[in-house]
Design a protein around this ligand. Structure first.
Ligand SMILES: [Zn+2]
Length: 328
């Protein structure tokens, strides 16, 4: 059986192209919760929030929130909140083990259910999520900034509801929108409470900006965060123009995740060097081996979403499979 260290040793090593901002100066916020800063315009309007570092090594989000704070961005109407999530994990980042600081005790993007948050379990991440919860409860529009283990085009994860897809289309970036229900092993922030209620006007999106440590991911994060804020109406376009990419927007493509591929064993191998968004034409094509088991595409024109063995373990999602949705 392979160990995770042996598997990671075989994977591509990505250079760390960006500097990790020193976010210590943002520790004392104005909300009573460390690393959370909120600004009220005094004019009626929604509460928009950008959260970085739900995963501790996803630095493109930290660079973005640091930049927006440093720029002194203020809302035109409603309220703007900028914050950092798993700061303890971020502070433990070590370039010799760049995947290790995703979290400390457990994935902070799997704890967002009332059951976990109100329950008796304790972990570094639950403590932080419980501290953030009163702020999150007051947010109308949330953008959760993430990045990916492998280099791949950026993806907006809209959740399963039509309101999420519509929001992603209205923002206009990135080109690829993934419609998905999240994970069986715990609720994501973007699905938390009213965000996951089709009857509520509250809405949340999760963006995967590209490979964690690339310059491009940082640019994508800053661009998407700016467009998100303008779309909510909370921030004036003129205040974030400098953070937006100049290129004209491409038409967006929407993919609906039909199932995760969850590893059973540590002997999981992809048949190709998948990077994500590959389209496999024929149903029944073998795309991976999991121990003795073959993993095959369940339908024609099956799209590979976020393949990665970097966190391989029994029960871990190593890729998702999606259909192309043509009606958006
Ligand atoms: Zn993440």
């Amino acid at each position: 059986m392979q160990t995770l260290e042996q598997i990671r040793a075989k994977l591509h090593d990505y250079p760390i192209e960006v500097a990790f901002p020193n976010i210590a100066e943002w520790q004392v916020g104005n909300t009573g919760v460390d690393y959370i800063h909120t600004f009220d315009s005094g004019v009626a309007g929604p509460h928009a929030m950008i959260l970085a570092l739900t995963h501790g090594n996803e630095v493109s989000g930290a660079i973005t929130v640091d930049k927006l704070l440093r720029a002194g961005l203020r809302p035109l109407k409603g309220r703007l909140t900028l914050g950092f999530g798993n700061v303890e994990a971020y502070h433990r980042f070590d370039s010799r083990a760049p995947d290790a600081s995703r979290f400390i005790d457990e994935d902070m993007n799997r704890v967002w259910s009332a059951e976990r948050l109100d329950g008796c379990d304790d972990s570094q991440e639950l403590r932080r999520a419980r501290a953030l919860r009163p702020i999150i409860d007051s947010v109308d529009f949330l953008l959760d900034l993430h990045s990916m283990h492998e280099e791949a085009p950026p993806l907006m994860l809209s959740g399963p509801l039509e309101k999420g897809i519509r929001f992603a289309i209205d923002i206009g970036v990135p080109e690829h929108v993934i419609v998905d229900a999240g994970h069986a092993n715990g609720k994501r922030l973007r699905d938390y409470d009213a965000f996951g209620d089709p009857a509520s006007p509250k809405n949340a999106l999760l963006i995967e900006t590209g490979q964690h440590f690339s310059i491009r991911s940082k640019d994508v994060a800053l661009d998407a965060a700016s467009r998100f804020l303008v779309q909510t109406g909370v921030v004036a376009a003129v205040d974030v123009t400098d953070f937006m990419q100049r290129a004209t927007l491409s038409a967006q493509h929407v993919f609906e995740v039909t199932q995760p591929v969850i590893a059973d064993t540590m002997d999981f191998e992809f048949m190709q060097d998948f990077r994500g968004l590959e389209l496999i034409a024929r149903a029944g094509t073998v795309i991976a081996h999991d121990g003795d088991k073959e993993i095959v595409t369940p339908y024609d024109d099956c799209v590979i979403i976020m393949p990665s063995l970097r966190h391989l373990g029994p029960g871990v999602t190593v890729m998702r499979l999606a259909r192309v949705l043509n009606n958006w």
